[in-house]
Ligand binder design. Structure first.
Ligand SMILES: [Zn+2]
Length: 290
């Protein structure tokens, strides 16, 4: 009996030891975001998508819906979302978000037109992400996927802005002085989402963060992310090309996947029209707004 217990304990220790060995990043993966946090849940390319989906729910407190989470075609998108959440997990962002909206729903779907994501438009109270669209973006700008995900999630974060909490009062004062950030968005709400999205996705193409945007950068750093930064200080070069590029053809199937999703998009467009009353008044971020 005791021997059996000892064997069980040894086995348990062995299992823990194996599970603690981090999975090294694959050589063909690009740096999507520099981590602010020490990686606590390394993305494991050998994990099934079912496990990754439930991992995102249990590790970081989201509710994942929609069929694309477990579709291998979209693994690169799931991986970016996983790594983005891990990278921000040591900052106050997720706790603040969950305190406002609980377990936020992330709906993997396809949305009509060029819209790649929205909060509350396609589905009430959910961040909807257009996985076929994002997979297309991923091929040329993987950082865009991270930026867009954070941008839309941040619309949920600012859901309480009508009560003018301190962070919002500070931001709108800054916005009144500094105006738009980058080329997208013409409201304080859109600008806030962009300021936060690009702060995390330092490697996204056409990132507006130069030293001339120090005011927005410092706001995101100090009032949203508890002083943490995703990469070196503003103005220092960010090592986004530190790893080998993806081999060409790795995402050959992307265009076919997009074509296959056209029918889904049309259905989604009808759904959006039918749910017009649920519109929260947010613009959605389109891919031609880089
Ligand atoms: Zn937006």
């Amino acid at each position: 009996m005791i021997a059996r217990v000892v064997r069980a304990v040894i086995l348990a220790i062995a299992v823990i030891a194996v599970s603690l060995v981090p999975t090294p990043a694959r050589a063909d993966e690009r740096v999507v975001i520099p981590d602010a946090c020490t990686v606590t849940h390394p993305y494991d390319a050998a994990s099934s998508l079912t496990d990754l989906k439930s991992g995102i729910e249990t590790n970081w407190g989201f509710l994942l819906t929609g069929k694309y989470w477990t579709d291998e075609t979209y693994r690169p998108i799931v991986a970016v979302i996983w790594r983005t959440l891990d990278a921000i997990s040591c900052t106050p962002y997720l706790d603040t978000l969950h305190a406002k909206v609980g377990a936020l729903e992330l709906f993997a779907t396809s949305i009509g037109g060029w819209t790649a994501g929205d909060y509350g438009l396609t589905k009430a109270d959910a961040v909807s992400l257009d996985f076929p669209q994002l997979l297309t973006n991923y091929q040329t700008d993987p950082g865009h996927v991270s930026r867009l995900f954070v941008h839309e999630m941040t619309h949920a974060y600012t859901r309480d802005r009508s009560s003018n909490p301190a962070y919002w009062a500070d931001f709108t004062a800054l916005y009144a002085k500094n105006g738009r950030f980058g080329s997208y968005g013409s409201s304080a709400s859109e600008t806030f989402s962009e300021v936060v999205g690009y702060f995390v996705a330092r490697c996204a193409a056409n990132n507006p963060y130069t030293v001339s945007e120090a005011a927005y950068y410092d706001f995101a750093k100090n009032e949203v992310f508890g002083g943490k930064e995703f990469g070196p200080a503003l103005g220092q070069p960010v090592a986004c090309d530190a790893t080998v590029q993806d081999s060409s053809g790795a995402y050959e199937s992307a265009n076919a996947a997009v074509q296959a999703a056209v029918a889904d998009r049309e259905a989604a467009a009808e759904e959006i029209a039918a749910n017009g009353a649920e519109v929260y008044g947010y613009e959605s971020l389109t891919t031609d707004s880089n």
